[in-house]
Design a protein around this ligand. Structure first.
Ligand code: HEM
Length: 487
């Protein structure tokens, strides 16, 4: 009865909720087994049946999934005042991850963090990180030359070591770096924090008060271990910068810059820790998908290499100043992010007030997911969407279209704050790899090509599953450029 009265008060016109599947009490029963962890595929199917808005309730949570770019822009961009909160996940707080700017509630604290982050990561600030990115990408090329079959590892080292230097001015050890391993382990625990015990505490927050020895309270031990790591992740590299400053040897970095501007310590630590965590997995995943696309679509690879050779004359490795002259590479970059969409459902938004849209009632505290994967694989806008085709972004007159692929970075006030950093890192790695190497299918024991079907590990950030490949220098001259890029 109380629920009914509340409904009448909040929704006096008695408007319907948006359409959706029957409400079921158990999460799993909503999805077919093959889609568990890849819900955007199920949602995309439902989108065909129910339209651009799908409403569902799972374990008492209200969820609205948006399927078209236009509706996402109407709600998340134009009504961003009401659609910019984030749902709070108890397990995230228990694990000490609540400092992450991406999880902060919409309000004064988020605004302060976001501003500091934007100052450090805006297009102008990016210029000061170019030398670091270039030196790290040249290291990536040397690593690929020396141990080509460890490509995935080299890509991760490239993204992690670039970020460590950009954020803390810290030069990572080539193997088993202490700071990176703390951050990686804490991020991995966050990704794995959706096991049954943790899912229960997310659904029933009161369980967090169970003592650790209680049956079913295993999540508490897991959370305690992670909390130690998240504390170290925030404190250790920050203390390293402070120590270097005291000795007068701190190089330019995001943290040293913020310290110079007398930013609050808690903000600096959170912004720095967030940057590492948000950047490494996303950029590595996009680059791994890029290599996968190159081996599956060799004609794209050849065209891109021809463009690079035209601009550099094959005499040097490319750098950032070449970017405006490389139209096909720009289109390839946009296509990489569209094709793989490393964050298929973005990061959940949440409403702070009741709303009405197109005659539907959208209650306060509704979790709003943008099915970005469905939008970037919309057959009307991107025909034959699973095909890798940079030409989609090139107009008839040979110039780039005005589709900048912005939606891949989300919507409204919570749009990805790291997109310029991601863009620079992914772009420079792509052009450097193509300038110096050929990516091919691996051969089986009989010398036949091994075909690869793209498959991704599910999650908030998806990653290509390991695949066979072959990577080799384009020519002896290319080997020389990789060994000595400034020659
Ligand atoms: C290919 C790379 C990347 C993709 C596709 C991507 C995508 C996204 C998406 C879809 C969101 C959610 C936006 C929304 O709520 O609507 C997001 C948020 C965010 N991203 Fe990225 N991202 C990438 C790289 C990065 C990098 C390199 C950084 C850090 C430097 C970063 C930092 C963040 C942060 C802090 C948020 C949360 C913003 C907030 O809640 O205010 N991302 N990203």
């Amino acid at each position: 009865v109380r629920r009914h009265l509340r409904w009448r008060r909040d929704n006096p016109a008695g408007l319907p909720l948006p359409p959706g599947p029957t409400r079921l009490p158990v999460v799993g029963s909503l999805f077919s087994i093959k889609d568990i962890g890849s819900q955007w595929l199920t949602f995309a199917e439902w989108g065909k049946k129910y339209g651009d808005l799908i409403y569902l309730e799972i374990l008492g949570s209200r969820i609205l999934v948006l399927h078209s770019e236009q509706v996402a822009q109407e709600l998340l961009d134009k009504r961003s005042q009401n659609y910019s909160d984030r749902p709070q996940v108890p397990m995230v707080t228990l694990m000490g991850w609540e400092f992450n700017v991406g999880f902060l509630r919409y309000g004064a604290s988020w605004r302060k963090h976001r501003k500091a982050m934007h100052q450090a990561l805006n297009p102008q600030a990016m210029l000061s990180y170019r030398d670091i990115q270039l030196s790290r990408v040249h290291q990536l090329a040397r690593n690929l030359l020396e141990v080509p079959d460890k490509m995935e590892e080299h890509i991760r080292t490239f993204t992690a070591s670039t970020i460590m230097t950009v954020v803390y001015g810290y030069k990572m050890a080539p193997r088993n770096d202490l700071f990176a391993s703390i951050a990686d382990r804490a991020s991995e625990m966050l990704t794995n924090s959706f096991f049954p015990g943790a899912a229960l505490v997310n659904a029933f927050p009161a369980l967090r008060y169970l003592p650790e020895w209680c049956p079913g309270a295993g999540f508490k031990k897991f959370a305690r271990e992670c909390r130690k790591l998240t504390r170290e992740l925030r404190d250790k590299p920050y203390n390293f910068v402070q120590q270097q400053r005291a000795e007068g040897i701190a190089p330019h970095s995001m943290v040293s810059e913020m310290l110079e501007h007398n930013e609050e310590e808690v903000v600096i630590k959170s912004v720095a820790g967030t940057t590492y965590a948000a950047a490494v997995e996303t950029s590595s995943s996009a680059l791994s998908a890029f290599v996968l696309a190159m081996l599956r679509f060799p004609s794209v690879q050849k065209k891109a290499q021809a463009e690079i050779d035209r601009v550099t004359g094959g005499l040097r490795l490319p750098d950032f100043t070449d970017r405006p002259s490389m139209i096909y590479l720009e289109a390839t970059y946009r296509e990489v992010l569209r094709w793989c969409q490393v964050t298929p459902l973005g990061v959940p938004h949440m409403t702070t007030e009741d709303d009405v849209y197109n005659g539907y009632f959208i209650p306060k505290d509704t979790i709003v997911l943008a099915n970005i994967w469905a939008m970037t694989h919309n057959e009307e806008k991107y025909p034959d969407p699973m095909r890798f085709m940079p030409e989609r972004f090139i107009a008839e007159d040979g110039s780039l279209t005005d589709d900048l692929g912005e939606i891949q970075f989300g919507f409204g006030r919570r749009i990805c704050v790291g997109k310029y950093l991601a863009e620079a890192a992914v772009w420079i790695a792509m052009v450097t790899i193509l300038a110096a190497f050929n990516v091919n299918k691996a051969k089986d024991e009989f010398g036949n090509d091994i075909d690869v079907e793209p498959e991704f590990t599910p999650g908030v950030i998806i990653h290509p599953k390991p695949y066979p490949f072959s990577i080799s220098p384009r020519s002896p001259h290319a080997v020389g450029l990789v060994r000595n890029p400034s020659s």
